[in-house]
Design a protein around this ligand. Structure first.
Ligand code: NAD
Length: 425
């Protein structure tokens, strides 16, 4: 493999992992970010967020001289490959906000030499690549769409052991990007730019659909005296369905599924298509978020003055990412209803901006004396805690609402607690 010069825009979960992994493969990489505090953290040899294994890869890259960091203001010229991995957050209407992507592409059009190839890793709606190509083509820069599928919490592993590499764009540019990834043993899907862009949205929408489907079955289980964990286990053993993403709970969160499902719905409407199924998926997810509050009100009545613990604040385990985490909405609603809320998370930090919320240093501290606990993230430390002891340390009515079906209900009951799961008998 020939070492290539690569410029990466964005030192977030996708950009930093991509830059570090490319450097680990022998490429010479500069990762640029506008966030100076992130750059300072990186300069101090630390990783600005929690991602298992990333510190080692970055350390190797920096030590070898293959990996550098900088601010786009100091950029004089780009490498032959330019990876774009900046955020595409949702606008209030649900569309993807492409401001950051556009500002990067404008800069690249000024700094990149003819023949350079842009690799778009940010999730952008179909049609974006065609529009951005209009800025890049006149200066001889090629555009490729290369959506990213890594998962926070296992990002480094996912990057090196990708299940597929999707490459959309002109044939010659696509082949150059494929050569950049030489060494990664994954099938390459070569297609047009719009198809590549849509593969990303369709993948996330399908995964969200599986989750909402499992949650609909869970609600039915509650009414039929059936157990959703067993039902979905039985369903998932069918290889045509598969076991992944069939876990019932308080719904999906994070920086991707909520925004990408909304953006796809928006894009569909914009193109004259009413995507019924996707709307239902989004709606089911919203309703699942309300379930813990409804259950708490059923059991505790008025929540004013009640002590509630929220166990797990991140949108899933093994990350410190709290973007669109169900816990945030739950905390906000509880605080608005007058409850005193104590949160706990092994790595995530929440600033709820209210004196009615505090973050405890340990799970035991959060739970002690609480009238109810909402388990919002299935961190192993939370799932495998001694729930008999924790329930015993709570105050009446000792309700444990397990929003992730990860705790042994019998242990809670043995400690004198009331256990309620999602679709669990
Ligand atoms: P992030 O918020 O963690 O990181 C984005 C970074 O871009 C930030 O550090 C920000 O400061 C930086 N940035 C903004 N404008 C910039 C500019 N002009 N120049 C340089 N840097 C700039 O975002 P993320 O989670 O890494 O996601 C990035 C993109 O990848 C999004 O489109 C997202 O949907 C997509 N994606 C994310 C994941 C994931 O698991 N996080 C997975 C697949 C795809």
């Amino acid at each position: 493999m020939k070492p290539c010069e690569v410029t990466v825009f964005g030192a977030g979960y996708v950009g930093l992992v991509t830059g570090a992994c490319l450097a680990d493969m022998g490429h010479r990489v500069e990762v640029l970010d506008v966030d100076r505090s992130k750059l300072e953290t990186l300069a101090a040899g630390e990783v600005p967020f929690h991602e298992p294994g990333l510190a080692d890869v970055i350390g190797r890259g920096v030590a070898s001289g293959n990996l550098r960091f900088g601010h786009p203001d100091g950029l004089e010229s780009c490498g032959e490959f330019v990876v774009v991995a900046v955020g595409t957050p949702p606008t209030t209407g649900g569309a993807a906000d492409l401001r950051f992507v556009r500002s990067v592409v404008d800069l690249v059009a000024k700094r990149a030499a003819p023949g350079a190839v842009v690799i778009m890793k940010s999730t952008v709606p179909p049609g974006t690549g065609a529009s951005l190509s209009e800025t890049l083509s006149p200066v001889g820069v090629e555009y490729t769409s290369n959506p990213e599928f890594l998962r926070e919490g296992s990002a480094v592993r996912d990057w090196f052991k990708a299940d597929r590499i999707v490459l959309g764009g002109p044939e010659a540019a696509v082949e150059r990007v494929a050569a950049l990834y030489e060494g990664i043993d994954a099938p390459i899907v070569r297609c047009g730019i719009a198809s590549a862009e849509l593969i990303k949205y369709a993948s996330n929408a399908f995964l969200a659909t599986k989750i909402s489907f499992a949650n609909e079955i869970a609600r039915l289980c509650d009414r039929l005296d059936a157990d959703v964990d067993l039902v979905m286990h039985g369903v998932g053993l069918d290889p045509r369905i598969g076991p992944a993403f069939l876990k019932a709970g308080i719904g999906y969160g994070g920086s991707c599924f909520p925004k990408d499902t909304k953006a796809l719905d928006y894009l569909s409407s914009l193109n004259g298509y009413d995507f019924h199924l996707l709307k239902a998926v989004i709606d089911v997810n919203k309703r699942m978020r309300l379930l813990p509050i409804m259950t708490l009100k059923d059991v505790l009545g008025d929540l004013r003055g009640k002590q509630i613990a929220v166990a797990g604040l991140t949108f899933k385990p093994n990350t410190d990412d709290i973007r669109e985490a169900p816990a945030l909405e739950i905390i906000d609603t509880l605080v608005a209803d007058g409850a005193q809320v104590r949160g706990y998370d092994p790595v995530g930090v929440v600033d709820a901006g209210s004196s009615s919320f505090e973050q405890a240093a340990t799970l035991a501290e959060a739970v002690r004396g609480a009238n109810a606990v909402v388990i919002a993230t299935e961190w192993p430390e939370i799932a495998h805690a001694d729930w008999r002891e924790l329930a015993a340390a709570m105050d009446e009515p000792r309700l444990v609402f397990d929003g992730r079906n990860c705790v042994d209900g019998d242990a809670v009951r043995a400690g004198g607690g009331n256990y309620v799961g999602v679709g669990r008998r």
